[in-house]
Design a binder for this molecule. Structure first.
Ligand code: ZN
Length: 275
């Protein structure tokens, strides 16, 4: 188990399912000639991805940052997205029932699927923090966002939400900040420890390969906004030497951001403090 240690928190990086998405859609306007050097697509042009939630041990209790893809997907869905289901708590130090708070960057199936069963039953005893705007958009998706919000899974969250707007400290030392860009209500999660700043980037930075500014996904509903919020957050990530957890690398990843000699934003891997 990958563990990152602060003074007051211990962060476990979990495995909550593997899947694959179209490489072209994942890299937006970046030509395949370039992105295929970073990740090899399969014969159907899909690139290997996964979901890696964070389970955080704090003085006050356990906080889950995202749940991930989860289980119970039907055959058609598993085929389209090349899904390999995983139980994120299989080797976790505690079970679902010990989690006191869940914080979601947004409610797309690859981030929130694990929160419920296929028949729409909520699996936790904790409230789910999400932006009010994201909840509204998940409940009333449009033609372009519908496939990302399977309604039986979304409806399962009803009555279990703690809606926030903008920026808020949702747990001692754990903050959410709305970014927009990917969805209107997308937020990132910042964990402030005594000496280290940890950030779960959500789809602001889906994989280690997406760090250059124009590497914005076609899945982003507001790609131009994404570019501008990245500029803001990237400078903070660099100044604070934040440890960034990306959600979708096939192998769990954490890194620090820097600008290379050609002016491109890059991530340098940060090794876990223990296994
Ligand atoms: Zn995602």
């Amino acid at each position: 188990m990958r563990v990152f240690k602060g003074k007051r928190v211990k962060i476990y990086q979990l495995n909550s399912g593997k899947f694959a998405l179209d490489g072209g859609a994942m890299f937006g306007v970046v030509p395949k000639v370039l992105w295929s050097k970073l990740i090899q697509p399969d014969p159907l042009n899909r690139i290997p991805m996964a979901t890696h939630p964070l389970l955080i041990e704090t003085e006050k209790g356990w906080v889950l940052v995202e749940a991930g893809l989860g289980q119970g997907w039907d055959e058609k869905f598993r085929k389209i997205y090349d899904v390999v289901e995983e139980d994120p708590f299989a080797d976790a130090p505690v079970g679902r029932e010990e989690v006191s708070l869940i914080v979601q960057t947004h409610l797309h199936f690859d981030h929130a699927g694990e929160l419920s069963t296929a028949d729409g039953r909520f699996r936790y005893n904790a409230p789910v923090v999400v932006q009010a705007m994201e909840w509204a958009d998940a409940l009333y998706p449009h033609e372009r966002s519908r496939a990302s919000y399977p309604q039986n899974r979304v409806k399962a969250l009803e009555g279990h939400l703690k809606l926030v707007s903008g920026s808020e400290e949702v747990w001692p030392g754990i903050y959410v900040h709305r970014t927009g860009g990917h969805t209107r209500g997308h937020q990132i999660v910042v964990i402030k420890d005594a000496e280290r700043l940890f950030v779960f980037t959500g789809d602001l930075l889906p994989t280690r390969h997406h760090s250059p500014l124009p590497y914005v996904m076609a899945y982003d509903l507001f790609p131009e906004e994404m570019l501008f919020v990245r500029k803001y957050w990237y400078s903070l990530f660099i100044n604070e030497r934040a440890v960034l957890f990306t959600p979708h690398d096939r192998e769990a990843f954490a890194g620090e951001m820097y600008v290379d000699e050609r002016g491109k934003h890059r991530l340098r891997e940060v090794e876990p403090d223990g296994d």
